[in-house]
Design a protein around this ligand. Structure first.
Ligand SMILES: Cc1cc2nc3c(=O)[nH]c(=O)nc-3n(C[C@H](O)[C@H](O)[C@H](O)COP(=O)(O)OP(=O)(O)OC[C@H]3O[C@@H](n4cnc5c(N)ncnc54)[C@H](O)[C@@H]3O)c2cc1C
Length: 309
């Protein structure tokens, strides 16, 4: 069945389609088994056609940006995985309005805004990932969040309709958005402000150096593993629980930042899940705080990840 769908995609679209593609290559963790069918659409029109074909064939669909906030099971992902990291990359600035497509890397968008003396996105300097992933996660850093200056998001919904959803119809909170499960984000517009280039540049540099000083950036992670509980820090709780440096197999809790869980080489998803459960359990037992995950778990059975999320 997958082979036939791939043939159809190859004849009707210009997308790159790969069967049994290892998701290790497409996640910052470097962990994950194969996707039955991985698709890299070439353009927005291509993506629309791909989705039509996948829906007609009733194939389960998972969307990935650059895979910087996901832990994928070693069993991989059944059905189709669409990655937008190689397409939908247009950025335009007109006066103080910035438009970008959702496959664009956030870093590129931030630099584009800074170059145009637009203030409002520079605190996100150094957050990896695509704009689509950033909007789904409501990515944020140093007090700024991607949703702050948003005007609207263009998306394809579960009925295959392209819609522009104004910010007033969306809810964003800490690392959370109200997009529907099947929404596929295409582009977004932001209303930024012109400002003194020195101030923007100062914020931009501060965001970068703050990150270098506190995070293990040369190692494979998905950024912060747990969300910070209200008025507390997950990293501080994990550190106080004595978990810095604790490891299971090649899955290790960073010495530099206890909320960064690292793949030190050959960590399996099972190593990482066991490490996450251990850390979650320790914090619950010592501080009576039930940490919830910021990283999205994909491809696991419910019983494997019971008690997390
Ligand atoms: C070293 C490091 C530092 C980090 N620092 C920060 C930080 O400071 N702040 C922060 O908020 N995050 C941080 N992160 C986490 C991560 O970079 C962000 O969450 C990022 O926005 C995820 O983007 P992505 O394209 O990689 O999304 P992915 O990880 O590919 O996907 C994340 C989620 O979004 C969905 N998705 C992605 N694109 C689309 C789309 N177009 N349409 C519909 N759904 C989509 C996926 O299905 C998945 O559920 C860090 C990660 C790393 C590795």
């Amino acid at each position: 069945m997958i082979e036939n769908i791939m043939k159809e995609l190859n004849s009707e679209t210009s997308s790159l389609c790969l069967m049994n593609e290892s998701l290790k290559k497409h996640t910052t963790y470097g962990i994950g088994g194969p996707a039955d069918l991985m698709i890299f659409p070439k353009s927005k029109q291509d993506l629309i056609k791909v989705i039509e074909i996948i829906n007609e064939n009733k194939l389960q669909l998972t969307i990935l940006g650059s895979g910087s906030n996901v832990l994928v099971s070693d069993k991989g992902i059944r059905g189709a995985v669409i990655s937008l990291k190689n397409s939908l990359k247009q950025i335009k600035v007109s006066n103080n309005i910035l438009y970008a497509e959702c496959g664009t890397m956030l870093g590129k968008i931030v630099r584009h805004a800074v170059k145009n003396n637009l203030i409002g996105l520079e605190n996100l300097n150094g957050v990896p990932g695509t704009l689509g992933g950033a909007l789904i996660m409501n990515a944020g850093a140093w007090g700024g969040e991607i949703s702050e200056n948003l005007i609207h998001v263009e998306l394809i919904n579960s009925k295959n309709e392209i819609k522009k959803i104004p910010k007033k119809d969306l809810n964003f909170s800490y690392r959370k958005s109200s997009f529907q499960k099947d929404d596929i984000l295409l582009s977004a517009k932001f209303d930024l402000k012109k400002a003194d280039e020195n101030i923007i540049h100062e914020n931009f540099i501060k965001a970068q150096s703050g990150r270098k000083n506190t995070q293990p950036l040369s190692q494979r992670s998905a950024g912060s593993l747990f969300k910070n509980p209200e008025n507390n820090s997950a990293g501080k709780l994990l550190d106080e629980a004595g978990l810095k440096g604790f490891s299971i197999g090649d899955a290790v809790i960073s010495d530099k930042h206890a909320n960064f869980f690292i793949n030190n080489g050959k960590a399996s998803s099972n190593d990482m899940i066991r490490l996450i459960k251990k850390a979650h359990g320790e914090v619950l037992e010592r501080f009576k705080i039930n940490l919830s995950l910021e990283v999205k778990l994909i491809g696991f059975n419910e019983d494997e990840i019971e008690g997390l999320c």
